[in-house]
Design a protein around this ligand. Sequence first.
Ligand code: PAF
Length: 282
Amino acid sequence: MIIFKKVDDITNFLSIAKENGVATGFVPTMGALHNGHISLVTKATIENQLVICSIFVNPTQFNDSKDFEKYPVTIEQDIYQLEKAGCTVLFLPSVEEIYPNGLEGHRHFELGFIETILDGKYRPGHFQGVCQVVHKLLEIMLPNKLYLGQKDFQQCLVLKKMASINYPSIQIIICPTQREADGLAMSSRNSRLTKEQRLVAIEIYATLQMVSNKSKPGNTYILKQSAVQYLTSKGFKVDYIEIANANTLEPVEDWNGKEKIVVLAAAFLNEVRLIDNLLINN
Ligand code: PAF
């Protein structure tokens, strides 16, 4: 695996690959890699000749500075795992390399409704930051395919929108959420949970399953409320439990039983914010 830290160096390298028609797959990450990330890399190695992964903890997407400061960094282990999974190129830039003109005053992305709800509402500016960095990374990599994890469901829809406008030829591949044996969605933030919190954390997935099992045509309000109450009783501070259209994320108040829906949750255990989702009838 070749590691690049400078935009110019990786650009030169990739331009030669592209001149030779090499199919490239790109997996953007913030490091602290787990099997969720590795499943994206593995899929990319099957579908491409060259697999590029980036590790960059992007400061512009953290609306909470504490979350940014405490974001886990495990670079040695990450490099080892990527190499083992068959990643060909790792891009490991500094903040100055990605944002040479500083962190302020970036282009605004018109994302519309999708950034006004759920994580867009509870983490103001988050998706603008995600788009800023992914736009920049795609400009550098110009991959054939971009790999994203379903765990960040809203992020997938936001990036699909951003890419469809700015990079229409890039194919977006959404890969299923990887889970621990007890169902907890794999996430870099899980490493910040205490032993006790880790045991409680499985309740998010249990709640999503409960909502999925009990979903039936009609009003969704009581089901959502009982899910919030359940998680709260387990010690979570719930940002949201929402049942939404799986393509637009418009909340579904009265389900007709046919519309493709997804249930999404975001909740804190102490200061660790966990998210998860489940497609219901897709
Ligand atoms: O999902 C993530 O880890 C990040 O939001 C991403 C896509 C790498 C952008 O920083």
